[in-house]
Design a protein around this ligand. Sequence first.
Ligand code: CAA
Length: 381
Amino acid sequence: MDFKLTPEQSQMRQLVRTFARDVIAPVAAEIDRTDRFPRDLIRQMGELGLMGLPVPEVYGGVGADYLSYILAIEEISYASAAVGVILAVHTSVGTFPILYFGNEAQREKYLPKLTSGEWVAAFALTEPDAGSDASAIRTRAVRDGDAYVVNGSKVFITNASDADLFCVFAVTDPRRGSRGMTAFLVERGTPGLRVGRKLEKMGLNGSGTCELTFEDMRVPIENRLGQEGEGFSIAMRLLDGGRIGIAAQALGIARAAFDAANQYVRGRRQFGQEVFKFQGVQFMLADMATRIEASRWLVYHAAQMRQEGQACTREASMAKLFATDTAMQVTTDAVQLFGGYGYVKEYPVERYMRDAKVTQIYEGTNQIQRIVIARHLRERG
Ligand code: CAA
C-alpha cells in the first residue's frame, strides 16, 4: 500500500485546504451558534468545483478521482464539520444515486444543477421507526398510472432544510421485505412534500437536519431511480461509499482537535513549565496522534479500494468505525488538555467534541458497522 498522493491530488488538497482555512474557518463558530445553512459557502464551493468533484466533466463535474473527493471532505471538515457533512451527503448519497443508478435523462436533468452547487441534494431513508433496521421503512409508494403516490415520513434528514432534491426510499411491495423497496428522486416543491421542523441538535449545527412528510405526493414514473425493488440494494451500495466520506469527516475533526491541543499545551504554563513538558500530557498527545495516523490509513485505503472498483463494504465500515471513534476520543482528550478553557465557547474544541459525537451515530451507528464487519469476516485473515 502506498498513499503517496499524485501531483493532482496534492494540488487539489492544497486548494481545498486554503479555501477551508480562509473562507470556511472564520465563520465556522458563527454557523454553529446560529444553525444557519451556509448556502453562500455552497455557492462558492460550487464555483470551485467542490460540489461535483468526483463527477465526470460531461455532467458539470471536475472528473477528479475518489481519493481526491475524500481528501476534500477531510480538509473542509477540519474547518467545519457541518460544511463537511453537507458536502458528503450532497455527493455520496445525493449525487451518486443519479450518477450510478440513474438513467441518462435523469443524469442530464439533475447532475449539472448539483455539481454547480445551484442545487443541494439530500438522502431520505431513515424513519421514526426504522433507523438501524433500514429495511423496516414504512413509507409507501403505490403506482397510479404514470406516477407513484407516496405517503409516509422521514426523520434526521441532513441538508433537508435547504435541499432541492431528495433521494427518497419507499416500499412498493410490502410482501418482499428489503427486495420490495424502491428509490425515487423528489424535487423540492413537489405537492404533498412537506419539509418539517429543523431539529435542534447537540452539534453539527448548520447542516439543516429536518423531518419530512409525504401526503399523497405524486412522483412521476420518470423520477423512479432504477427498477422497482432495487431500492435497498441501491441504499446499501451508496452507504458503502458514504461511510468512507463520514470517516474522512471524522478524520478532519480529529486533526483539528489535535492541532489545537498540541499548540495549546506548548503555550500554557503550569507549575513553572510548559504543560507539554509533563509526560502524562505527552502520552495523551502520542496516543491521539497514533490513532489519527491509523485512521488516515484506514480511510485512504478504503477510498483507494473504492476508486479501483474493488468491493469495500468491510473496509468502509472499518474506516468509519475506527475514524469516528478516534474523533470522539481525540476531541474529548483535546477538551481535557485545554482544561477549563476547553469547556467554554471561546475555543473551538468543545464544538469539535459535540460535532464528533454524531459521526458515531449516522450513516450507520458504530454498532451496525461492527455487524457489517463481522458478516464480512472470512474464516482466515
Ligand atoms: N451492498 C449491496 N447489497 C447489500 C449490501 C451492500 N453493502 N448490504 C446488504 N445488501 C443486500 C444483501 O445482499 C441482501 O440482498 P438479497 O435480498 O438479494 O439477499 C439485502 O441487501 C438484505 O441484506 P441484509 O439481510 O444484510 O439486510 P439487513 O436487514 O440485515 O440489514 C444492515 C443490513 C447492514 C443492518 C442495514 O440495515 C444497515 O446498513 N443499517 C444502517 C442504516 C444506515 O446506515 N442508515 C444511514 C442513514 S443515512 C445517513 O445517516 C446520512 C446522514 O445524515 C449523514
